[in-house]
Design a protein around this ligand. Structure first.
Ligand code: PLP
Length: 223
């Protein structure tokens, strides 16, 4: 088995104070999650509703689960009762559905707005202008069962450090822009979720507050 504990300690040793780790456990078995849990890790990320449901049913109840995959509106009702944070909100429609399902559960669900900055066409998320449009539209203000806590993004999967860095910088400047315009008095709007296994050290240098790391901790995923 992978040295999950050793890898986790190694990753944590690189994170400055104020940067939190979401251990991305998708496609990894419960044993790996339990191993990280035994080391004190409590926040895990998953990208598929059914896989997540099975893990929630069998793993410790004090785990905080983040949803990090593309979320279809018809799946929101399944995760609404327990999810800690949905990091991948990329439309007003999805935001409204989360609000509706959260209201049914008498909860407020924390969410991040997902940015699309990377070159890859397959990535989901809001372009900078779509992000501005969604916030300018103002309908989100009436949604009392979601709390927008910041932005999430994935950089392009490339070796060029300068490109990755410039994408993180653009995300950070968008964060500053919308913070100033819409969330200046909201302490909870503080999360910049960027950095994965191959680029988290750069992400931390560029102001990430939350890194999402799978492979470096758990090894390659077996699909
Ligand atoms: C899978 C995934 C990660 C983790 O990727 P690794 O390269 O394994 O660290 C991070 N963020 C998102 C959105 C993911 O889907």
């Amino acid at each position: 088995m992978y040295d999950v504990k050793g890898n986790l300690r190694e990753v944590l040793s690189h994170l400055p104070q104020g940067v939190r780790l979401v251990a991305i456990s998708k496609y990894h078995p419960n044993e790996y999650i339990e191993s990280a849990y035994a080391e004190g890790q409590r926040t895990f990320g998953e990208s598929h509703e059914q896989e997540l449901r099975q893990k929630v049913e069998t793993l410790p109840k004090d785990i905080r689960w983040h949803f990090i995959g593309h979320l279809q509106t018809n799946k929101v009702k399944y995760i609404a009762p327990y999810i800690t944070m949905i990091e991948t909100v990329d439309s007003l429609k999805l935001l409204k559905e989360i609000d509706k399902q959260a209201a049914k559960c008498e909860r407020v669900i924390d969410v991040l707005l997902e940015l699309h900055i990377a070159e890859e066409e397959t990535k989901y998320g809001l372009t900078p202008d779509a992000l501005r449009g969604l916030l300018a539209d103002g309908e989100w203000r009436a949604l009392n069962h979601v709390r927008i806590c910041g932005l999430m993004m994935m950089a392009s999967y490339v070796d060029d450090e300068n490109q990755i860095r410039s994408e993180f910088r653009l995300a950070h400047s968008l964060f500053d822009e919308v913070k100033a315009q819409y969330f200046v008095d909201c302490d909870y709007f503080c999360e910049r979720s960027w950095g994965m296994s191959h680029d988290y050290l750069l992400a931390v240098e560029e102001g990430s507050t939350m890194v999402r790391i799978g492979t470096t901790i758990f090894g390659p995923r077996v699909y």
